[in-house]
Design a protein around this ligand. Structure first.
Ligand code: COA
Length: 673
């Protein structure tokens, strides 16, 4: 049993914005939760908010249990005694606690006092985590006798909805503590990044802080207007909000305080005066009714007017370069990996691409050049290009155009059809279902293009393995229901036949097909997935045959392939109820072959495809046929088929190559001849 399995009781201290959300997340995940704060009224307020939020989740079908069941797991506790110490009740709760998460105000003295008390009262195995965003974990841990079990666990607002948790290692935090904290965050349904060193701002606030502060200096120095910055951020970089729009939205006071704390703790930076002025004037943004933009009333949000035609007036490379520079600093100082930095930015800030992905796209040389110019124009010393970037330029690791930058790239060719994209990355090819706005619902056109693509790739000698996936937030939500209006049974018979032909084409293609499933794989979407050879699902996948809910049954092989994969009674249950099941359950049933975190789905599919691409293609095809056909006949016919295919392979050059390479102790190079 992993240590995380022993965690039963979680105490969240501080019932404010973050604390109540964290308590809610823990209760949803099934933990017994103590929620502590200094006053009963704070707790009442927090419980009301939790109830409201749970109801919302329930209405959206995002809660597996009732609101009451989840709420009943949370016990509120007043932790401040009249003498200024802690209550006995709080001490008893800590005595039962396996994992504490502190989310009290950002004052080191308060936190140290709490951690000391928690250390004295919690069992020795308990991990004490802090949700601080600006204080050193190491100094908080110093108040305890168990610094190896004190860790940073940084949630984003609001915790129930934001998918990211930064796990921060203090100077003395043990690897086991980090591992357990990561595992717990996963049980909370969150994705994690590990911050290996206790640097101010961790990943997200550092990258965001640098990005926003520099953009602000650019405006302060008159190099661009705030609308030009925001238009470029939104319409060219594709960020969810402009820089100043975001500052207003999340609160200029919050940004100012976090940024000042990072600076005080030694982050090299020239603070932007505009932010300070707004802060001092109380123009905090939306909540004050006034910030960089004006709002109708305090707390009343209205999207500021950011004209699209201003986009690009500021070079987008200049806008993103300071964030890249910060990311380079994090990598060079071994604070975080490139993958974690990009993941943090995508999940924590909702950026459509990772900061390093932008860098590779624009070119590292262009980033360095932009930093130099910016430094000259603004005088901000911290814009000196990081040594890592300079080294990359020197080594020719310039990004996509050079085939390598922060990441490696292969020569790719993309063919965009109306409803699918074929992406050839020799020796593999991707077929991407591309009707994202319709969750890749399978229209007749899409089925036709998919069939043609399979035919073309079957012929293409340079493609050895095919990966099938969906664009946007789903693999495919099934047959396009809109095409079913006003059709006759004979139309549907033809549709079903054509669809079945497609699934057979996949089944008998001579090349392996890997299906990478994320989001929904429903109805016809699942039927296509089941016709591939190997299915990899991301943790967020939901699979099902919901046809029954529409009054019909699966029509593209679902009633046949599903029972072959999961057994007849489970198949019946799925088809009779029309229920969707999550990836983990699909894995247990044998419907998918592995489950991976969402951000690793493509990578895993690609890695498996590349591995198969090194195998002898004729033997792969023979194995696929022997299995597919053998499964549908008696063992005697199957064995006969196997023997025939086995012996036939001995007429191929690849067998000679395989055996020779083995004898010569080298890696074989199969040619498919
Ligand atoms: N056929 C046609 N369009 C579909 C579709 C399908 N099977 N599944 C989803 N879409 C469309 C929706 O109509 C919507 O289009 P719109 O924005 O123009 O209204 C868009 O895709 C997004 O779907 P939406 O329902 O808004 O997303 P959601 O996250 O709220 O719900 C599902 C997702 C998958 C649960 C829901 O769309 C659904 O139940 N789809 C039907 C699944 C089904 O029965 N498939 C079997 C068909 S044989």
């Amino acid at each position: 049993m992993a240590p995380v399995d022993n965690i039963r009781t979680i105490t969240v201290v501080g019932a404010g914005t973050m604390g109540h959300g964290i308590a809610e997340v823990a209760a949803i995940a099934g933990y017994k939760v103590y929620l502590a704060d200094i006053k009963k009224e704070f707790l009442d307020n927090a419980l009301q908010k939790i109830e409201w939020s749970l109801k919302k989740l329930y209405e959206k079908g995002m809660l597996r249990e009732t609101v009451e069941t989840v709420l009943s797991r949370i016990t509120p506790i007043v932790n401040l005694a009249e003498d200024g110490g802690y209550t006995e009740e709080f001490g008893r709760a800590l005595g039962e606690t396996d994992f504490m998460i502190e989310a009290i105000p950002e004052r080191l003295d308060l936190k140290q006092k709490l951690f000391k008390y928690a250390d004295e009262n919690a069992p020795s195995h308990a991990i004490l985590a802090t949700n601080t965003s600006s204080l050193p974990i190491t100094e908080i841990a110093a108040a305890t006798s168990r610094p190896e079990r004190v860790v940073g666990m940084h949630f984003f607002n609001p915790p129930v909805l934001m998918p990211l948790v930064e796990v921060i290692k203090g100077e003395k935090t043990s690897d086991a503590t980090v591992e357990t904290t990561v595992a717990l965050a996963k049980r909370f349904g969150k994705q994690t990044v590990v911050v290996r060193k206790d640097v101010p701002g961790f990943i997200v606030n550092r990258v965001l802080g640098r990005f926003m502060n520099t953009a602000c200096i650019v405006v302060e120095k008159g190099l661009a207007s705030k609308e030009e910055v925001d238009a470029t951020a939104k319409y060219i970089l594709g960020l969810p909000m402009g820089v100043f729009e975001l500052a207003d939205y999340s609160g200029i006071d919050v940004f100012y305080l976090v940024f000042t704390a990072m600076k005080e703790r030694g982050m090299k930076t020239t603070p932007c005066n505009l932010i300070k002025e707004k802060y001092e004037a109380g123009h905090y943004g939306v909540k004050a009714g006034k910030g960089f933009y004006d709002y109708p009333a305090p707390g009343k949000y209205q999207r500021p007017n950011i004209p699209k035609d201003l986009a690009g007036k500021l070079d987008p490379v200049k806008l993103v370069a300071p964030a890249v520079n910060e990311a380079a600093w994090l990598i060079r100082n071994e604070v975080a990996t490139r993958e974690d930095i990009d993941k943090a930015v995508k999940l924590g800030l909702n950026w459509p691409k990772g900061v390093l992905e932008y860098a590779d796209e624009y070119g590292i040389d262009a980033i360095v050049e932009a930093l130099r110019k910016l430094k000259e124009e603004t005088g901000a010393e911290e814009l000196e290009p990081d040594p890592l970037l300079l080294r990359m330029v020197e080594e020719g690791r310039l990004g996509r155009k050079a085939g390598k930058g922060f990441y490696e790239y292969h020569e790719v060719q993309e063919i965009e059809k109306e409803t699918i994209i074929i992406r050839i990355e020799k020796p593999i090819a991707w077929i991407i279902l591309n009707r994202p706005k319709k969750l890749n619902a399978l229209s007749p056109k899409l089925l036709k293009e998919l069939g043609e693509a399979l035919d073309e790739l079957e012929e293409n000698k340079e493609v050895k393995v095919i990966i099938l996936k969906g664009a946007g937030r789903a693999f495919s939500a099934g047959a396009d229901v809109t095409a079913f209006a006003g059709v006759t049974p004979i139309d549907i018979l033809r549709f079903s036949r054509r669809f079945q032909e497609l699934t057979l084409k996949m089944q008998f293609l001579t090349k392996p097909i890997i299906v990478a499933i994320h989001g929904y794989a429903l109805g016809g979407g699942l039927e296509i997935a089941m016709s591939g050879d190997i299915r990899i699902a991301s943790e967020d996948a939901m699979l099902g045959q919901p046809e029954i809910n529409l009054g019909f049954i699966p029509g593209a092989g679902g009633t046949q392939r599903l029972p072959r994969l999961v057994g007849r009674s489970r198949a019946k249950e799925l088809i009779f109820t029309g229920d969707m099941i999550p990836a983990g359950e699909a894995y247990r049933l044998g419907l998918v072959d592995r489950v991976v975190p969402p951000e690793r789905l493509d990578q895993e599919a690609r890695a498996l495809a590349l591995k198969l691409a090194e195998k002898p293609p004729l033997a792969l095809a023979a194995a696929k046929y022997a299995i597919e056909m053998g499964m549908e006949t008696s063992i005697w016919t199957g064995l006969e088929l196997e023997a025939s295919l086995f012996s036939l392979l001995f007429s191929t050059e690849d067998v000679i190559e395989g055996v020779t390479a083995f004898l010569e102790k080298r890696k074989p190079k199969f040619k498919g001849r």
